[in-house]
Design a protein around this ligand. Structure first.
Ligand SMILES: NC(=O)c1ccc[n+]([C@@H]2O[C@H](COP(=O)([O-])OP(=O)(O)OC[C@H]3O[C@@H](n4cnc5c(N)ncnc54)[C@H](O)[C@@H]3O)[C@@H](O)[C@H]2O)c1
Length: 310
């Protein structure tokens, strides 16, 4: 299978490229390097430096004769989307349309799209874990742009017969994660601890997230590339909740000393408890997360420790 990975030089994209190449797939990364880095990619990876909004995209997709496109490129910051909704919509909605257009013009078999838990908005604790059938009520323009892009995927299937799979990621963490973006609390903490800096918890520390390791997300995307259950949306999550206090305790065990966080005021708009159901992904993709938080966190911390020593 020949696969184009937009955003391939980013955090999740680089984990995916690594897995695809290791599995013997032909994978090409396309990235404008706005937050991604060429060094994130395995040396042997084929790389195209290009923006998905570039009018040359359709030609690149046609010439590449790709079987599938994994569309990860986009604006990933909730805060940026609040400050500049038009920029966010341009990157995430128009960017996705350009990818879908290129795909349909070139007869690409399927498009896999990176969506997010942020598309559900704030859900009462009693309704967790969140199922895919839940009504979406995003609280940020980022969440809204992802919901809208998903609707374009649905309509491209109806109008043009283009198959797609939407994956709604929980809070992804792992090596090479940038310090902006979504759900970056693990990378922020691991990087700070590796540098001997203080960490700050905003709120009481009892807020929870569903932390899923990037290597597991890469395997979920690989499963979506071959599933017969297309034109559907799947959560990719661990279906467990970890509080920020627990996270700091696990990190303390890894580091071998007690980390005492500082506390700051709760940030407006932050979701308190979060957990996504993964039953549909288990059934439809035959996927389940394999890397426990302790192990994933150890790998992540080691990565940032080595980076801090450079
Ligand atoms: N990290 C998470 O927890 C998480 C959760 C839910 C969804 N997602 C989604 O997963 C995808 C990947 O996110 P990530 O965490 O790896 O972030 P990332 O910033 O590391 O990756 C995004 C990549 O896309 C590239 N890019 C951005 N705009 C582009 C454009 N216009 N043209 C070409 N390349 C462009 C960037 O340079 C970067 O390499 C995003 O779509 C994001 O919304 C991430």
């Amino acid at each position: 299978m020949k696969i184009l990975v937009t955003g391939g030089a980013g955090f999740i994209g680089s984990h995916l490229m690594e897995r695809l190449l290791a599995a013997g797939d032909k994978a090409v990364a396309l990235d404008n390097l706005s937050t991604g880095r060429r060094e994130n990619l395995p040396a042997e990876a084929e790389f195209i430096e290009m923006d998905v909004l570039d009018e040359k995209l359709a030609g690149v997709v046609a010439a590449g004769r790709f079987d599938a496109i994994v569309h990860l490129a986009g604006q990933t910051m909730v805060s940026t989307s609040i400050e500049d909704p038009a920029l966010d919509a341009g990157q995430n909605i128009l960017g996705t349309i350009r990818v879908l257009e290129a795909a349909r013009q070139s007869g690409v078999d399927r498009v896999i799209f990176a969506s997010t838990a942020a598309s559900y908005g704030n859900v009462p604790e009693g309704d967790l874990p969140i199922k895919e059938t839940r009504r979406r009520a995003p609280m940020s323009f980022y969440g809204l742009s992802k919901v809208t892009a998903e609707q374009y995927l649905d309509l491209y299937h109806q109008v043009y017969g283009l198959d797609s799979v939407t994956l709604r990621f929980a809070n992804v963490y792992g090596e090479r994660q940038g310090d902006g973006g979504e759900g970056g609390v693990i990378s922020i903490f691991a990087r700070a601890v590796a540098r001997g800096e203080d960490i700050t918890i905003f709120g009481d520390g009892e807020q929870t997230r569903d932390f899923v390791y990037a290597g597991d997300i890469a395997e979920g995307i690989r499963a979506a590339l071959t599933t017969k259950e297309v034109n559907a949306a799947y959560n990719l999550s661990t279906q467990t909740q970890t509080s920020l206090r627990e996270l700091v305790n696990i990190l303390s065990n890894i580091v071998g000393r007690r980390i005492i966080p500082k506390y700051g005021p709760e940030r407006p708009g932050d979701i308190y408890k979060s957990m996504l159901s993964n039953g549909r992904a288990r059934r439809g993709l035959g996927w389940k997360p394999a890397v426990p938080l302790e192990e994933g966190l150890r790998r992540t911390y080691e990565y940032f420790r080595k980076a801090a020593a450079l």
